[in-house]
Design a binder for this molecule. Structure first.
Ligand code: ADP
Ligand code: MG
Length: 334
């Protein structure tokens, strides 16, 4: 079996009383685009900083292509490139100068550095503007410069900490294409994101992290199934009696219902069908629908579902008897 690109073992970082990263273990195989998905403050950046040897773990360790980040941090560092959350691009330098600067950090001979810098800038569509100061570049172009810089020593593993955050749709798409391209050329990618769609569309496997803890490592297909279970239709019908509420809860596609103020939230794997059923019900019973909305689950909900389950919704094959904690925690962040 090939040696793992990343093997994290009980990786932990404590800040005072906060366990920012709490016993995180996972393996990334060569050739993967591995997604580290979690809401703000989940511990993504802290994990990346530990894996890239910027930050020493409080406990646990990791190996990067076999090099222990604690005992052999130099060896580990030669294996990867990293695009940190905060830009490390020098605005007063040109793209060309930024790349050559990175090359010097890795002691790449000048001739090779120039060849590689040109090739990367061509690949990233920045050749032709490479002599301009990065200052005049758009956010998307700056992000490309940062990624190009991280590739100058031709690493086999690339860490990208929220590579598309703050970018418009077009730049996001361009960065996604680049990531796919690099991956097809053989680069293993570890990327963090707080956007489920991004993880879904790019990654071979997705780890979900929240409050320093990993909930699961799964394929996008399995995650999609989970998301489906957590979809809901929220409906507002004035003057609904208890019996009528129960009738709605008993609609064929509805798995579970939850009262939200004056609205009723109906969980369903088939929102479109549920809406049809609702309209029919309202029609037949002379009820007026005041508002109707389809809701996708928040990342918090997905995390809670994966770690604790929800009453009435099944996890895998098993029904989960545990009472839902969701009632008090949901809302806000969708
Ligand atoms: N240097 C630090 N000192 C104290 N707390 C920190 C420090 N860095 C991060 N944290 C805390 O650790 C948690 C995880 O942060 P971070 O890894 O940046 O999350 P993410 O990247 O997922 O948004 C947060 O609660 C954050 O406030
Ligand atoms: Mg972060």
């Amino acid at each position: 079996m090939a040696i793992a690109a990343i093997e994290a073992e009980e990786l932990t970082r404590v800040y005072g009383s906060l366990r920012a990263v709490d016993g995180v273990s996972f393996t990334v195989e060569p050739g993967e685009i591995f997604g580290f998905l979690g809401p703000n403050g989940a511990g993504k950046t802290t994990t990346v900083r530990m894996l890239t040897t910027i930050l020493t773990p409080t406990d646990g360790t990791a190996r990067i292509f076999g090099h222990d980040i604690r005992r052999d941090s130099y060896g580990a560092r030669l294996q990867f490139g990293v695009v940190p959350e905060e830009s490390n691009v020098y605005l007063e330098l040109s793209a060309w100068q930024n790349l050559l600067f990175s090359a010097r950090l890795y002691r790449i001979p000048s001739h090779d550095a120039r060849l590689r810098a040109e090739r990367l800038l061509q690949l990233f569509g920045l050749w032709g503007r490479h002599q301009e100061k990065v200052q005049v570049f758009s956010r998307g172009m700056r992000r490309k410069v940062a990624i190009a810089m991280s590739l100058i020593h031709e690493p086999r593993l690339l860490f990208l900490d929220e590579p598309t955050s703050g970018l418009d749709v077009q730049s996001t798409r361009a960065i996604h294409e680049l990531i796919r391209h690099l991956n097809q050329q053989g680069t293993t990618v570890f990327l963090t994101t707080h956007r489920m769609e991004e993880a879904q569309s790019l990654c071979t496997r997705i780890a979900i992290i929240n409050r320093g803890r990993l909930a699961t490592v799964d394929t996008p297909t399995k995650l999609r199934r989970t998301l489906q279970q957590l979809q809901a239709v929220e409906v507002q019908i004035d003057g609904l009696t208890k019996a009528e509420e129960e009738a709605l809860q008993a609609l064929p596609t509805v798995v579970r219902a939850l009262r939200r103020g004056s609205a009723l939230r109906l969980y369903t794997p088939e929102p479109v069908e549920t809406i049809r059923e609702l309209l029919r019900y309202a029609d037949e019973n002379g009820k007026k629908i005041a508002a109707l909305e389809t809701l996708q689950p928040s990342l918090e909900e997905v995390f809670l579902y994966l770690t604790e389950g929800i009453e009435g919704v099944t996890v895998g094959e098993q029904a989960v008897p545990q009472a839902a904690k969701l009632g008090s925690e949901r809302g806000g962040k969708r």
